[in-house]
Design a protein around this ligand. Structure first.
Ligand code: NAD
Length: 497
């Protein structure tokens, strides 16, 4: 480790903080070559084959840390989508007739291949998405494998899961996912659908298609029967063609609330089953009796994990007024040690923003925060010249009416509000159109239970944040969507029960 010059920034509370630590880490780059071969152009994966699109339009996916083009991929047409749905329909009869123990074998095989190829997949994900390798390697990929293992374990036990004997699959599932956890969202969608005997057509997001296309190779490697998993790439138009296709029995959508709302309208009055996992504006609530150092780690994890591109991010910090100064001093000191930069460096904490469009949205909302009178603070840190970057940022003096307290920023920006009583904390936490998650920091178990009973959020973490597990259901209230993914609940979403 090399010693570096220390710089100091005023916290605004009289306490100096250090931007950059006393000791800097030497670079520890992961090799981009570990991602394996990236083709210059990709078609779709339909009926077990990589096929060309019926259209001629291609989109580009770039590495958001360098702005270099990684590959071209097809803009799926309505005809492509139809072909994929027909392949899934054709495969459904045999796949759904297999004993659960046979379907489980394929899922276990996929899980093991994901583990074997996890370094390759982690590097590819970091290149395409911009998230730090530390996260893709230690969080995304282990969870992807865990989802397949978990649902593989359910496949032969559906008769005993409480729905009576032989619960029936729905048929063909249309699945549309966002760019923030590309492979993990794919796993959340595909593993339960296959375990219950459905076949799928999945559309990855237009800025992060590469790991889904690599997953198609894994399906072939696992010997998965053709047509059980189909991947069609493209932007929202391809997604709309898929969710509107008349021969799908289930639509599973993860993405923004406006698009989720449009899909809900589209499917109203049809027999197509719908699950929506949408946005969030979670409150992370810190009481005066909380272990503050631990809370600081939870706050940092809550909003700076994955550059804040997390639907359940703790983007509103509610801190009890009596510990506000102490907590914010500690938080600013900790933010000063976050390393922002090359996603492939194993020391990086905060990687690149996924796209120029997302960076523009974060920049616009942060500017609105200043214009509306909140106080902006970010540690000094050097950002790379090329690529899309945003410094970890916090706003104090935020009122509930400010846009940065109401709208999902989906970036590394924390809005700090205060409260005096538990009742006020509940009222402020629930004062949002969303209801996906919340965090409570206190040493009192009774207070945790009191709060959790009153918070309108699908997931409530206590003295921790952003903990994910395939056995645990996940989903929202209000404009965060409906339906649950994960756990036994996640099976029900794909069964005719
Ligand atoms: P988005 O809604 O624009 O896109 C998500 C996906 O939907 C993409 O694949 C996109 O191509 C597709 N799409 C766009 N328009 C469509 C249409 N009309 N019909 C069908 N598909 C369409 O969202 P985004 O900005 O890419 O993703 C970020 C959003 O996703 C955030 O709001 C975030 O909170 C949410 N999200 C939610 C969860 C969750 O589990 N609740 C998880 C991750 C992300």
């Amino acid at each position: 480790m090399a010693k570096t010059k220390k710089t100091e920034t005023e916290t605004g509370t009289g306490q100096p903080v250090r931007a950059g630590s006393l000791f800097a880490y030497a670079p520890a780059p992961e090799s981009p070559a570990a991602a394996g071969e990236i083709a210059t152009g990709y078609g779709h994966f339909i009926g077990g084959e990589f096929v060309d699109s019926s259209g001629s339009q291609a989109l580009k996916t770039v590495n958001p840390a360098t702005e270099q083009v990684l590959a071209e991929f097809a803009q799926g047409t309505e005809e492509d989508v139809d072909r994929a749905v027909r392949a899934a329909r054709k495969a459904f009869a045999d796949w759904s007739a297999l004993p659960g123990s046979e379907r489980a074998k394929y899922l276990f095989r996929i899980a093991r291949i994901v583990q074997e190829r996890s370094r390759e997949l982690a590097v590819l994900e970091s290149l395409d998405n911009g998230k730090p390798i530390r996260e893709t390697r230690d969080v995304d990929l282990p969870l992807v494998a865990a989802h397949f293992f978990y649902y593989a374990g359910w496949a032969d036990k559906l008769d005993f899961a409480g729905w009576g004997p032989n619960p029936r699959p729905l048929g063909v599932a249309a699945q549309v996912i966002p760019w923030n956890f590309p492979l993990l969202m794919l796993a959340w969608k595909i593993a339960p659908a296959l375990a219950t005997g459905n076949t799928v057509v999945l559309k990855p997001a237009e800025t992060t298609p590469l790991t889904a296309l690599r997953f198609a190779e894994i399906c072939r490697q696992a010997g998965l029967p053709e047509g059980v998993v189909n991947i069609v790439t493209g932007d929202g138009r391809t997604g709309a063609a898929l969710t509107a296709h008349p021969d799908v029995n289930k639509v599973a959508f993860t993405g923004s609330t406006p698009v989720g709302r449009a899909i809900a309208k589209q499917l109203a009055g049809t027999r197509t089953k719908l699950g929506l996992e949408l946005g969030g504006k979670a409150a992370n609530i810190v009481f005066d009796d909380a272990p503050l150092d631990q809370a600081v780690e939870g706050i940092v994890n809550g909003i700076f994990f994955n550059q804040g591109h997390v639907c359940c991010a703790g983007s509103r910090l509610l801190v009890q007024e009596s510990v506000q100064d102490e907590l914010l001093d500690a938080l600013k000191r900790r933010m000063g040690t976050l390393r922002v930069g090359d996603p492939l460096d194993k020391n990086t904490d905060v990687g690149a923003i996924n796209s120029a469009a997302q960076l523009a949205r974060i920049t616009e909302l942060a500017a609105a925060g200043e214009q509306e009178g909140a106080e902006r603070w970010a540690p000094e840190c050097e950002l790379p010249g090329a690529g899309y970057w945003f410094r970890p940022t916090l706003f104090t003096g935020v009122s509930q009416a400010h846009r940065i307290a109401r709208e999902e920023i989906f970036g590394p920006v924390l809005s700090v509000l205060t409260f005096r009583t538990p009742a006020e904390a509940v009222e402020k936490a629930n004062n949002t159109p969303y209801g996906l998650s919340a965090g409570i920091w206190t040493e009192k178990g009774s207070r945790i239970l009191w709060m959790a009973n009153r918070l309108r959020a699908g997931v409530v973490w206590a003295n921790t944040f952003n903990k994910f597990d395939p056995t645990s259901p996940f989903g929202g209230y209000k404009e965060s969507g409906y339906g649950r993914e994960g756990g036994r609940h996640g099976l029900e979403a794909y069964l005719d029960v």
